[in-house]
Design a protein around this ligand. Structure first.
Ligand SMILES: Cc1ncc(COP(=O)(O)O)c(C=O)c1O
Length: 439
């Protein structure tokens, strides 16, 4: 498709002058992934590569981890900018270029452009943009920093649970406990939230966060690399050992008299504002959901594809709802309704660290489709973990045990199942011990 004006360029070469809200990018992401092609050129100003049209397409392709994007380059003399913000200072071409090159960015859909040139129509397969490239894959596993160990080591393993598989059924566990800092799925969001705050110039010297342990470990680990401090607010219901892990890493730990982590958000938000700290807020921060769209969901797809498989059912726990909402949107956009998505929450009045009930308030789950949500009791979660340990030799955490228990409730004799195991069992010694005393 290349000629001088219409060509592919590296995704980082084009400059985004507007803030595209994640909610606005999602329909575009869905359409592109569903059609597996892009039908719209991103129009850029040719000397600066600032995007004039196609802001949503660029954002969607970034979320798909495309390496390249299809652009149409125009000369600024052929462009007229029409401001769409009545009553405010009109947006000029110069303002758009400045917003792309130096910021601050403009609101989405705040202007439109007229171009005195015919823009060709295209249909570019996502293959051409390197969307399906393999992630990670360093065989010798030598890294130049611990941060590189985190993101260069993805994908986390996908392992077949042989005891629970048969000729007609394969059951795969996605082992998020293989992440290096918190040994949990939360390393991904710690990295993503901190990196996006850093990029936006919003990362202060001290970070406050409400956490039930894993996010706190991940954030503190990465903050340490960047010379930042953390103060973490942990519910009283969380195991005592967490204070020790977090103090070893150098965090300030504050126990708060709430049952669920999410109940501490308002207090943490108010404190961070009055004390000049950065509140990343995993419950609201779209960098959480985005990192799972860009990596976790794609990894599972790529890993199964390497065995010639497509999932029939994916089961996972709901905390912030970040990872399972992203997995739902990715697989349902790519394969339609044939992939069943099952969320797991604690049964009423049961405490399972890391997960909670939907009615306690979650953001992304309301943007996507879930086929079923299964309630699991704490003892069922613990027994699920024991079964996996005793049949497969993996010491998994309580929320992973809950995922396994939910799987046993819905499993049919055939099909490809993926169970997302958020972490390992080592942090939950107190809960396992208490269980052994009680039975
Ligand atoms: C152990 C554990 N399991 C499950 C989850 C849920 O993940 P998410 O926040 O992506 O819904 C979390 C995170 O809160 C967790 O720490």
């Amino acid at each position: 498709m290349t000629n001088i004006q219409t060509t592919y360029v590296g995704v980082n070469e084009v400059k985004q002058p507007v803030n595209v809200d994640l909610r606005e990018a999602i329909p575009v992401y869905r359409r592109i992934l569903n059609e597996k092609s892009v039908r719209e050129l991103i129009v850029v100003e040719k000397t600066t590569m600032v995007v004039l049209r196609g802001h949503g397409v660029l954002e969607a392709l970034r979320l798909l981890s495309a390496d390249k994007v299809p652009v149409f380059q125009v000369d600024s003399s052929k462009v007229k900018v029409k401001s769409l913000q009545p009553g405010l200072r009109p947006i000029t071409l110069e303002a758009v270029i400045k917003a792309g090159v130096e910021g601050p960015r403009l609101p989405y859909k705040s202007f439109d452009v007229q171009i005195e040139e015919e823009i060709p129509s295209i249909e570019v397969d996502l293959n051409e943009l390197n969307v399906w490239k393999r992630v990670g894959g360093r065989r010798l596993r030598v890294y130049d920093s611990t941060m590189e160990l985190l993101y260069e080591d993805w994908p986390t393993p996908l392992v077949k649970l042989r005891f629970f598989s048969s000729e007609d059924r394969s059951v795969w566990a996605k082992l998020e406990g293989a992440n290096p800092y918190s040994n949990s799925v939360k390393d991904r969001i710690g990295w993503s939230m901190i990196m996006s705050a850093l990029e936006e110039g919003k990362l202060g010297d001290i970070l406050y966060e409400a956490t039930s342990t894993n996010t706190g470990i991940a954030i503190t680990a990465i903050a340490n690399l960047l010379g930042r401090k953390t103060r973490l607010f942990i519910p009283k219901t969380i195991q005592k050992a967490s204070d020790v892990f977090l103090k070893v890493l150098g965090a300030d730990v504050v126990r708060v008299p709430v049952g669920l982590t999410v109940e501490a958000i308002e207090e943490v938000d108010a404190k961070s504002k009055s004390e000049g700290a950065t509140h990343l807020n995993q419950f609201e921060n779209d960098a959480n959901f985005k990192v799972h769209l860009k990596y976790t969901a794609k990894e599972i797809d790529e890993q199964l594809e390497s065995r010639g498989l497509k999932p029939d059912c994916i089961v996972g726990g709901l905390g912030t709802s970040g990872h399972m909402s992203a997995i739902s949107i990715y697989f349902k956009s790519k394969y339609g309704g044939s992939v069943k998505i099952v969320g797991v929450q604690p049964a009423p009045n049961e405490v399972i660290p890391g997960i909670r009930r939907i009615e306690t308030g979650m953001k992304w789950i309301h943007w996507v489709d879930f086929d079923q949500v299964i309630d699991v009791k704490r003892n069922e979660a613990i027994e699920g973990a024991l079964t996996v340990a005793r049949k497969e030799g993996l010491l998994i955490g309580l929320s992973a045990g809950a995922v396994f228990h939910a799987f046993t409730k819905i499993a049919e004799d055939g099909g490809v199942y993926v169970l997302v195991f958020p972490d390992t069992g080592y942090k939950y010694v107190e809960q396992f011990e208490e269980y052994f005393h009680s039975v």
